[in-house]
Design a protein around this ligand. Sequence first.
Ligand SMILES: [Mg+2]
Length: 368
Amino acid sequence: MDMKITDLTITLFKWAIKPWGTGRHNFGGDIQLGVVTVHTDQDLEGHAFLGSPSQGADVFAGPLMARIKPGLIDRNPLDIGAIWQDMWKERRYVSPRAIGAVDVALWDLTGKTAGLPIHRLLGSCKSQVPAYASSSWLPTPEAYGKEALRFKSEGWTAYKTHPHGTPKEDIEICRAIREAVGDDMVLMLDSMWAYSYDEAIRVGRAVEELDYLWYEDPLEEEDIYNYIKLRQKLDIPLMCTEYAPGGLYGMAQWVHQQATDILRGDVAVCGGITPMMRIAHLADAFHMKCELHHGGNSLNNVANLHVTMAIPNCDYYEVFPADGANKYGLIEDIEIDENGMVYAPEGPGLGYEIDWDLVKRDTIQVLK
Ligand SMILES: [Mg+2]
């Protein structure tokens, strides 16, 4: 199909969020969310959201407009693979989050052109997966246990904790959660790069005994050397590449050096749907799982959902924060049903509608 990109705009609008956090990592405040729009010479546009509760779209917009936009004009938006490869060459100057937003908007446009949901174009593998409630920081072990139990009573089958980042407290938190929910709820631990090697072994052995499903990011994200040693000591699967430097190309080393059991990424941190699919396929070729990280805003979460449905090796869908505080800007958002399941989108493109009345009401600036 002959089509041309004629323009790219970013509409910055207000996203006022009650602050929350995961201990050392804080989110919320007066954030600017951005709608990235790819315009064409046909009656079709592609959209994505840019920004998250930790960094608004205004942080990324300048480099995107200066270094990415000029390379898009007059290109066929359906040439996504070629466009992504060119955008990735700018990664030293432009955040992968900005590259990812353009890539998601191009997939949205392609889906709308075909009249199909994106996961259909990628090759659907399934139509539903269980969601897990991913905690924010809570003050006590009891508070974590109580929250996990509440999700269990609402039908959720899995819960992941972001505890306090000190081994003793974190073990207490993990134990309190297991005691609260019993043996039949899937539990995961995300330590968010908090420990030394020795501490990581201590906590890992504790959560193995508590029958946790995976152990996420115990050490710093570039520390392949200690991850290899840690993996040889522990039985619980390690999942370590949420922020692995280099994205898709960095992850080759993690697989080659046997430093992780599960690959991880998302459409924002890794630079779009295109590289996220390739990361999942890299993992699949080694019979490894690839579990997706949340996307930081509602449309990125939708994009992640399409990828989840289009790969054979992702078993769960992350909802962070568990209370749903980062849902914003759509008419209807992703919902988890009474069995704790999330379903494949059915509309063309991303398949979720932007709340344009809200965007127009709270527009700060349109960048052209
Ligand atoms: Mg994580």
